[in-house]
Design a protein around this ligand. Sequence first.
Ligand SMILES: C[S@@+](CC[C@H](N)C(=O)[O-])C[C@H]1O[C@@H](n2cnc3c(N)ncnc32)[C@H](O)[C@@H]1O
Length: 204
Amino acid sequence: MDIGCGPGMLTIELAKNTNGTIYALDIHEAFLERLNESSNLENVNEKIKTLNVSMFSLDENFTEDELDLICSEGSIYIIGFKEELEKWKPLLKNDGYLVASEISWLKNNLPKEIKEYWDSEYPSMNNIKDNLEVIKEYDYKLVDYFKTPESSWFDSCYSPLEERVHILYKTYKGKKMGRGSKKSSLKKLKCIENTANITVMCFI
Ligand SMILES: C[S@@+](CC[C@H](N)C(=O)[O-])C[C@H]1O[C@@H](n2cnc3c(N)ncnc32)[C@H](O)[C@@H]1O
């Protein structure tokens, strides 16, 4: 199962490299539709079942010991690393695996602006050492972990996103938009970008 699958880059790779059924779960229907289109193009649609289900209600939709593998890339923070390790474990088979990426601090002395931003967005964000302790605490056996490169923040995420913020505000110039001003959107993006060298997405 790919939790918080988004448009499904990881789901498609899983489908190409395994023989099982893959549940791709997200609450944004447009992403699931895109995944259905790309899985058709890639000829792996029969292996993938898209589900518009929240990660907060997995226990209502899956039974204990049902899953061989849970993957979650860039999505655990939504529920919280600790909570996720605890809640999802019963759904895994005894010899099942959890593969996840989690944003983790690399440094202790954090610039004020960045600290304030992440304190409001993800207050329970930890460093790697503490995350490894959490893994032990919830009785998982760590197979491996690695730090993702800084480029993983930019190449297919924040650089294209920044370009689209400019296009969005140009297209809708003079119109009222729901969420913040261009200045505040770009400030938020800059803050996330400046975080890249002091955090990692860590795969475990
Ligand atoms: C940062 S994106 C990661 C997407 C994808 N895994 C990737 O790496 O490209 C987080 C995803 O979690 C989804 N999401 C947000 N809240 C969710 C929830 N309660 N249950 C399931 N998915 C959720 C979002 O719609 C989004 O697709």
